[in-house]
Design a protein around this ligand. Sequence first.
Ligand code: AMP
Ligand code: MG
Length: 413
Amino acid sequence: MISVIEARDAILDRIRPLGVERVDIASARGRVLAEDVHATRNQPPWDNSAMDGYAVRSVDTVPSSPDSPAELEIVEDLPAGYVAKRSVGPGQAIHIMTGAPVPEGADTIVRAERALKVDARRVRILQAVESGTDLRRAGEDIRDGDLIIPSGMLIRPAEVGLLASTNRSHVSVYRRPRVAVLSTGDEIVDVDEPLEDGKIVDSNGYALSALVADAGGIPQRLGIIPDTQEALEEALRDGLLADAVITSGGVSVGEYDYVKAALESVGTSMAFWKVSMTPGRPLAFGSIDDTIVFGLPGNPVASMVTFELFMRPALLKMQGYTHIYRPTIKARLLEDLTKSLGRKQFIRVTLQKRGDQYYASRTGAQGSGILRSMSIADGLAVSHEDQEFMPAGQEIEVMLLGGYSGLSDDRNY
Ligand code: AMP
Ligand code: MG
């Protein structure tokens, strides 16, 4: 038996980021940047007005007496997108729109609410305004040459905007892994096939493909492979054209579990582990040439949980992610839990928030075939190996599963 952490470290040790490709920034969201992006100019490029109002000299805004506000001559109307033709001299103002470059001579902006337009040529300034008010300074967001997005960063909508603002139409990102997904077992049939006695529908092929896509990979479902060594070998050879292969089923020690023999015979150097965890336990991992191979257990929950713990971080690492683990939170148990000693148990839980505290309750029975428990779960509570009994009220770490079910909301903002 090996621990979850030993298994994961051994896997991640073998994983390297895949190659790099250039993509259009419009399709770069969710990808990981494979180059440092530096600014090629200041942003904003010039001082500009943060408000609709008047560009003036601050000394001209001081009233001559408390009841006689300064009155200035409007010498030009300046919309955004244009540069003033005139400069602002003593006693003058340029009517300016938000975003327009601050005209020569002006050192401040009087926002429209602080002014009263008398007519097309004259404006009264209702209060004195300090130099530099309501201006956006050249380079206050980004300075020319700044490292604005480091290599390894996930491209989110804000990064897409930053890339556009620095005139990058294309960027280098890590390639997304193509992942072949194989379901094994004579009892497994596809969703649209007749369900004869003794057969079960291939939920793993679909759930695992969805998990691959969710982790940024490109799933290729290779279908259902019967429990014979020849059929498995043939399917694996196809699978090895991808960056990774996932099989489900057939890695335990049942009489019909040929995955091990087939993997060895197509040449993968595999490790077959018993990981001290529930659900899960049997797990095969190895590689051939540049293809990584994972043999996951057949039980639907076990295959999803082992994917979460081992494959997801591996797929993220292949895509150049530097943060590859799910976030965790601390929650208090709402019920007593008993588990088998010596194994780390990943308990499917729902979470509730009361005040600042999260509370976790089990989704119900924890059988590794009960797929609906994964659908209900908000996260996996991670028990300690060396604990057999965890009383209600104990604090436990909960790994948050991604994807918002849309069933509850935190309206605290
Ligand atoms: P195995 O690991 O092959 O012994 O399978 C363990 C359990 O998982 C058995 O009850 C299988 O019927 C079930 N199982 C295996 N593969 C799948 C699959 N693709 N979809 C749903 N259940 C499966
Ligand atoms: Mg099987």
